[in-house]
Write a protein that binds this ligand. Structure first.
Ligand code: GDP
Length: 443
């Protein structure tokens, strides 16, 4: 029986999903190679599928001593045994996707149609989408990364977008452009045919990766199918802080997961707050002090991220929306900085709005004006000089009290906690693969 596991951010993105998934994948490779001799002869026991967003998201991973930032390609690519799928919910800029694949190949990472597929019906971001986003970026205070995602999504849902398989055929692409621009392509992109012809290099490079996603799900990743979410629930276009959301549904999984892991930083960060409320934001001087030390700059935009205390009201809501089974917590080690600054870590346990206290997500919060008025109500905790004891596997008492309180407030247990940025800087509490692995070993 295949186990399907989804990894989803339960904050505003950048929770460390890439690192959590990278660790999980490495456990599978390690565990399987111990327990399962067939790993050597059968590739594709594990697959990783990225199912939403575009290059507006990025995962930062450390692999064999190098820092690797992935915008499109799933984290499974770092292991030759894994199959990687960019599926239909994604928005793909062909030039950037080709660039990312080539760059990874230059770093010695094999990417071939054997280990990587791109879904026929993923939607394509073209240069004019990016240009229009960039122009809007100069004028408005909005949360875009300037990558043309909003414009691609708008075309997709207006049913004038272009699918990957249509992009791969120059004539079909030109026809699609006619629907996008019934009155002619803007001058700078020349004519329909010329605009389509500009992408010849990308077309040739990407064509071999074409797949049908439902079909590869039948044949690849026979034992584990991992869903790698981008962004986080609070950015989901339906569940998140609309209109300060992204243009994807973060919680709409393309297949039904058996297990959902909700990834959360042990504080909050949000890049490009813009028109989005961020109730738990740190006081400006503290935010400024810790941002540099924690490297809190967007991996896609380089923009400084806004930072806040762990927001248990939002995290509980997000965990419920995504139907999370376990939490995975990251960056508790970074909070050691607070001890040096003699600042107590806080957790937002409720919001106060117009004199009323809310300790759960209220229906009113779906209205764009309400959360802008919210004042956080927090609990203070003893700071910890060290997140873990010298064994690196036990939390120090102050850190443990903080974690216990989060579990209580969110109503979910941590299956793992990150203790540093490297893949194996983790404490694992619950082996999310155990049942499957035991079952396999019994056979
Ligand atoms: P993602 O998009 O959710 O994968 O998150 P990003 O990669 O954008 O940002 C998370 C950042 O936190 C990256 O720089 C990671 O290397 C780093 N990170 C993840 N987990 C931990 C952790 O437990 N401790 C520390 N210090 N850094 C972590």
């Amino acid at each position: 029986m295949q186990q399907k596991i989804a990894f989803v951010g339960v904050q505003w993105g950048d929770e460390g999903k890439g690192k959590v998934l990278h660790h999980a994948v490495s456990c599978l490779v390690g565990g399987l190679s111990l327990g399962s001799p067939d790993l050597q002869c059968r590739a594709g026991l594990v697959a990783v599928e990225r199912h939403n967003g575009g290059c507006n998201a990025g995962h930062t991973l450390y692999h064999n001593g190098s820092r690797i930032v992935l915008h499109y390609i799933p984290s499974g690519i770092l292991y030759p045994q894994m199959y990687n799928l960019c599926s239909a919910g994604m928005y793909l800029n062909p030039s950037k996707l080709m660039g990312e694949i080539q760059e990874l190949q230059q770093q010695g990472i094999a990417i071939t149609p054997e280990n990587c597929g791109i879904a026929a019906n993923a939607h394509i971001t073209l240069q004019h989408h990016v240009d229009s986003d960039q122009a809007a970026l100069q004028q408005e205070r909005h949360t875009s990364t300037g990558n043309g995602i909003r414009q691609t999504a708008a075309d997709k849902y207006a049913r004038i977008g272009m699918r990957f398989i249509e992009f791969l055929n120059k004539e079909v692409m030109a026809d699609c452009l006619k629907r996008m621009f019934p009155d002619g392509v803007p001058l700078q992109y020349e004519g329909y045919g010329q605009y389509a012809a500009k992408y010849e290099k990308e077309r040739r490079f990407l064509a071999p990766f074409l797949v049908q996603d439902h079909q590869v799900r039948q044949f690849k990743g026979s034992r584990y199918w991992l869903l790698e979410g981008a962004q986080g629930v609070m950015l989901d276009i339906d569940a998140g802080n609309y209109p300060g959301t992204t243009s994807s549904q973060i919680t709409q999984f393309p297949i039904r997961p058996d297990t959902v892991v909700g990834v959360a930083k042990l504080y909050c960060s949000s890049v490009g707050v813009g028109d989005r409320p961020f109730v738990s934001q740190l006081p400006a001087d503290l935010e400024e002090k810790v941002r540099q030390e924690w490297g809190e700059f967007g991996s896609t935009t380089g923009k400084p991220r806004s930072l806040g205390w762990f927001d248990a009201v939002a995290a509980r809501y997000a965990a419920e929306v995504a139907d999370v089974d376990y939490l995975a917590g990251t960056c508790g080690d970074r909070l050691e900085t607070l001890a040096k600054l003699d600042v107590k870590p806080e957790i937002v346990i409720a919001y106060e709005i117009d004199g009323k206290k809310y300790d759960t997500w209220d229906v009113l919060f779906h209205r764009r004006d309400v959360l802008h008025k919210a004042r956080p109500i927090t609990e203070k905790f003893e700071p910890w000089k060290s997140f873990t004891e010298p064994d690196q596997k036990t939390l120090t008492p102050a850190a443990q009290r903080y974690i216990d309180r989060i579990e209580h407030l969110v109503g979910k247990k941590f299956c793992m906690l990150g203790t540093g940025p490297q893949r194996d800087d983790v404490i694992v509490y619950e082996n999310i693969f155990r049942r499957e692995e035991e079952e396999h070993l019994r056979k």
